[in-house]
Write a protein that binds this ligand. Structure first.
Ligand SMILES: [Zn+2]
Length: 434
């Protein structure tokens, strides 16, 4: 019987002897209980290397009682099986060491088998809560956290640090107990492979961190893809001397959209104050149409528009409707034209035209809108590079979305290092040999 049961669990060690199987309970749940003992014969002292007998035949290593542990072999899903395992203890007379024999089935001082542990690790890599993992594996949450922490030794080692030619950098809200709630993430701009996540995005934290990378890794970085966070520009200067900046596309478009939109909001207020409540309300409701790419605006299909109901002319094209909206404010119409000219040249990757436009915006243009838009001139190099080279932060933003899901299922990750381990595992960057 012993050998058949051992076969089921893939145990090959001949020194494990099973004496009985009975019905019982494990953590108040019905379970099969296997009674077993482990008494390895060929042993040497782990400290001094002595054999059981010396050359005169005298016993050096003697049996010294046993240690009893409950080892969870399989979880609820397949029926709980728990092994009451008695492990032989030994004592060495040569160096006076005591120790407990260890069996491959379970890690020293653990009480779940490697079979369960492998399952826990497999589930940690999924986007599910630690609580659910605990339930699925019939272990406690603290056991799941213990297994998670134990994976730290498999994280990429400092001496294996590498950097890609295109480094995407971004930040995410980590919600951990750290002083800076924004954490830093970077990845390979070409493969999307995660490079590192760090607790803080502050420059006085990043510079010492990246300074520890070997020179040849730092010098390899040719492009740093980032949002308009000036702190990262410092990183390029100090740490990646061969790198050029690329401002991520979506951030440039977002900046332009926000500049135009905030002007529209101010115009809505101005119209309201000057008694034009209906115009204000129409501009407020239909803001999305003003951001629409002009090439995509429909000029032939006549429709009814909730904001423009008229008995005489009930049908308008989308273009006509937008023209009416812009008719409410001459300054907004002017800003609209420049806003879209800028977007068009950006989409067509005409960077010379883009900056020529920015540099020659007319004086009649709303000052605040103009100032916000012209802020982009400071990022000329990074924006030009964004239009020349095919890199953006799309891949890293997908990772940030995954992290958000993980955070949601993990109740905020009280510990940053646990979060870091889990992200590396989820990204497939931790290989565990079990
Ligand atoms: Zn010894």
């Amino acid at each position: 019987m012993t050998n058949d049961i051992k076969k089921i669990y893939g145990i090959e060690d001949p020194n494990l002897i099973i004496s009985s199987v009975s019905e019982g309970t494990y953590r108040n749940k019905p379970a099969k209980i296997i009674q077993a003992s482990y008494k390895p014969k060929a042993i040497v002292c782990p400290k001094c290397g002595s054999s059981p007998r010396n050359n005169t035949g005298k016993y050096i290593i003697v049996k010294n009682g046993s240690k009893k542990v409950d080892v969870l072999l399989t979880h609820e899903n397949t029926g709980i099986v728990s092994m009451k395992l008695s492990k032989q203890r030994y004592r060495c007379y040569n160096c006076n060491t005591h120790w407990t024999s260890q069996i491959d089935l379970v890690q020293p001082s653990h009480n779940i088998s490697r079979i369960i542990e492998a399952k826990v690790i497999e589930l940690i890599a999924e986007r599910i809560s630690l609580k659910l993992i605990a339930k699925l594996c019939s272990v406690s949450i603290s056991k799941v956290i213990q297994v998670l922490k134990s994976l730290e030794t498999y994280l990429p080692k400092e001496e294996n640090r590498w950097l890609p030619e295109v480094l995407m950098v971004d930040e995410f809200r980590s919600h951990t107990a750290s002083e800076d709630s924004m954490s830093f993430i970077c990845a390979d701009g070409e493969s999307g492979r995660l490079v590192e996540i760090l607790e803080s995005r502050k420059i006085n934290y990043l510079i010492p961190h990246f300074s520890r990378y070997p020179d040849e890794e730092r010098f390899r970085v040719k492009f740093l893809v980032t949002d308009m966070n000036a702190a990262y520009f410092q990183l390029v200067k100090d740490i990646f001397p061969n790198a050029e900046l690329i401002i991520d596309h979506s951030h440039i478009v977002k900046h332009l959209n926000e500049a135009f939109n905030s002007f529209r909001v101010r115009e809505v207020k101005r119209l309201k104050v000057s008694g034009k409540k209906r115009e204000a309300s129409k501009l407020k409701k239909n803001w999305r149409f003003l951001l629409k790419n002009r090439l995509d605006i429909n000029i032939s299909e006549y429709k009814k528009w909730p904001s423009f109901r008229s008995n005489k002319y009930p049908y308008l094209t989308e273009q006509m409707m937008i023209d009416r909206l812009l008719g409410f404010s001459e300054p907004l119409k002017l800003a609209y034209d420049y806003f879209h000219d800028l977007l068009d040249s950006f989409r067509r990757k005409e960077y010379e035209r883009f900056f020529e436009l920015l540099n020659t915006l007319p004086d009649e243009l709303d000052e605040e809108f103009k100032g916000q838009v012209q802020n982009l001139i400071r990022y000329q190099e990074g924006i030009t590079n964004a239009l020349i080279h095919p890199y953006s932060n799309g891949k890293i933003e997908a990772k940030n979305t995954h992290i958000k899901t993980l955070k949601r299922v993990s109740y905020g990750f009280k510990s940053f290092s646990n979060m870091r381990i889990r992200i590396f595992l989820t990204e497939g960057l931790i290989e565990v040999n079990h």
